[in-house]
Design a protein around this ligand. Structure first.
Ligand code: FPP
Length: 246
């Protein structure tokens, strides 16, 4: 098994694609902004539930590389929500020993937002409770290309040889290096796809799709996903354990 892959009945690391904010709002005749605001509230609740459930790391997909293509006012709204959520939640996260990190390409964010993200990371860097990772301007292909470029540059500079590049070397520079890989991916909102999320890291993750829209997600849905995970037999490409063979 590779980095952090586990047979435990409880996932160490859960990654979540929070989908369905817009539909939740539309179903209620509300603007999409109301769905996103409610989504941020639910993210707060899920952080608490994940801590209670003893999950070590939680990665939330808050803004994808592709989300820049949304109408300007919605992009602005999501950026603003992110900034306000960091401000609002930071003290509470810190008090609860949560270590906050962001993954993704920060070069397109305003300096103010990028500074706030960096300050939040350094304030919580020594906490050893839940590791909360927010993926913003993140794309799985971006992550792989970035790592490939770093390795190519190291080879070009003579710091390593092509033969030294293997899966573990490659993995060592991915955005999630340093954390166990996600054991479980949850996607809400009814779509059954990965949408350019953690393409490298999800190779052997269990994938749980639910029709529940993100603003309706709660501790009960999370518990259902964790129960489902506990019943999975994880083989990582190997054959089944003898007792489970037919
Ligand atoms: C997908 O719903 C959701 C997003 C693109 C944004 C996710 C953001 C939040 C949940 C709020 C902020 C969270 C944090 C942690 C700061 P959608 O808009 O694609 O919904 P739809 O598919 O129904 O239109």
């Amino acid at each position: 098994m590779a980095r952090g892959e586990t047979q435990d009945p409880k996932p160490r690391h859960v990654a979540v694609i929070m989908d369905g904010n817009g539909r939740w709002a539309r179903n209620r005749g509300l603007p999409r902004a109301a769905g996103h605001r409610r989504g941020a509230k639910v993210a707060h609740e899920v952080v608490e539930s994940a801590s209670r459930a003893g999950i070590e790391a939680l990665t939330l997909f808050a803004f994808s590389s592709e989300n820049w293509r949304r109408p300007t006012h919605e992009v602005r709204l999501l950026m603003d929500l992110l900034r306000r959520t960091i401000r609002k939640e930071l003290a509470g996260l810190d008090a609860n020993d949560v270590r906050l990190s962001f993954i993704g390409d920060r070069s397109r964010f305003s300096a103010a937002l990028a500074n706030e993200m960096a300050a939040a990371e350094s304030r919580t860097a020594d906490n050893d409770g839940l590791r909360l990772i927010i993926a913003v301007d993140y794309g799985g292909r971006w992550d792989i290309v970035r790592r490939a470029r770093d390795l190519a540059a190291a080879v070009q500079a003579g710091d390593m040889t092509v033969d030294e590049i293997d899966e573990s070397q490659f993995s060592a520079g991915m955005s999630l290096s340093g954390w166990p890989v996600p054991d479980l991916l949850i996607r809400t909102g009814g779509e059954c796809r990965i949408s350019n999320f953690l393409l490298w890291d999800l190779a052997y993750s269990e994938l749980f799709f639910t029709d529940v829209l993100w603003p309706d997600f709660d501790e009960t849905v999370l518990a259902g996903a964790l129960d489902w995970f506990a019943g999975r037999e994880r083989r990582f490409g190997l054959v089944a354990a003898p007792a489970a063979r037919r």
